[in-house]
Design a protein. Structure first.
Length: 185
């Protein structure tokens, strides 16, 4: 029973790590990357839709993103979504496609982005700790029902803490790598 709880805990913590990866991909680093905008929600006929589903995104140059909507009528809504987002880029269109120029980051902007990375990493750490709390709560309920012994409970809590420490270390490494990438000129 404890092994099942720990397996579910690892799975949920792995999903928290995946969410952090996806979240950090949207933070720009001074280089053009389709990940900056591909998950940006566009109001597509009243339904929030990820940009990657209604347009192709390419990187023709190191500092430029090119967005080609599948339907030309979607250019205005895509431009509006980019302008309203927090990525800080101004879209330019030529009637058929949208160009996004990625400016070089200033030192101040780099520091702001590293603060965002730190904030999102802390949110991931909190999510992982909440998952640990849920696992321990499940173990306690099993112990109260008489399904496991008190020794099994303590052993399970220790194992849950080890798993939590491993995943928090992964979050720290991911955040450190992203901060290094941002601060690299």
């Amino acid at each position: 029973m404890i092994a099942d709880i720990l397996d579910e805990t690892r799975d949920r913590m792995g999903k928290a790590i995946d969410i952090l990866h996806t979240d950090l991909m949207t933070i720009r680093t001074g280089r053009a990357s389709p990940a900056l905008v591909e998950r940006l929600n566009v109001d597509y006929y009243g339904i929030p839709t990820p940009l990657m589903q209604i347009a192709s995104i390419s990187v023709p140059e190191a500092q430029t993103l090119l967005i080609r909507p599948y339907a030309a009528s979607d250019i205005a809504t895509i431009e509006r979504a980019i302008a309203m987002s927090d990525i800080g880029l101004t879209p330019n269109n030529d009637g058929k496609q949208i160009h996004l120029s990625i400016p070089h980051l200033t030192e101040e902007r780099r520091r702001d982005l590293t603060k965002q990375v730190s904030r999102r990493a802390e949110e991931a750490r909190v999510a992982i700790r909440n998952i640990r709390r849920d696992a321990i709560k499940d173990m306690r309920s099993f112990q109260n029902e008489g399904l496991i012994t008190e020794d099994d409970l303590h052993s399970g809590q220790d194992q849950a803490q080890v798993v939590t420490n491993d995943f928090v270390a992964k979050v720290d490494a991911i955040a450190r790598d992203k901060e290094t990438e941002i601060m690299t000129i």
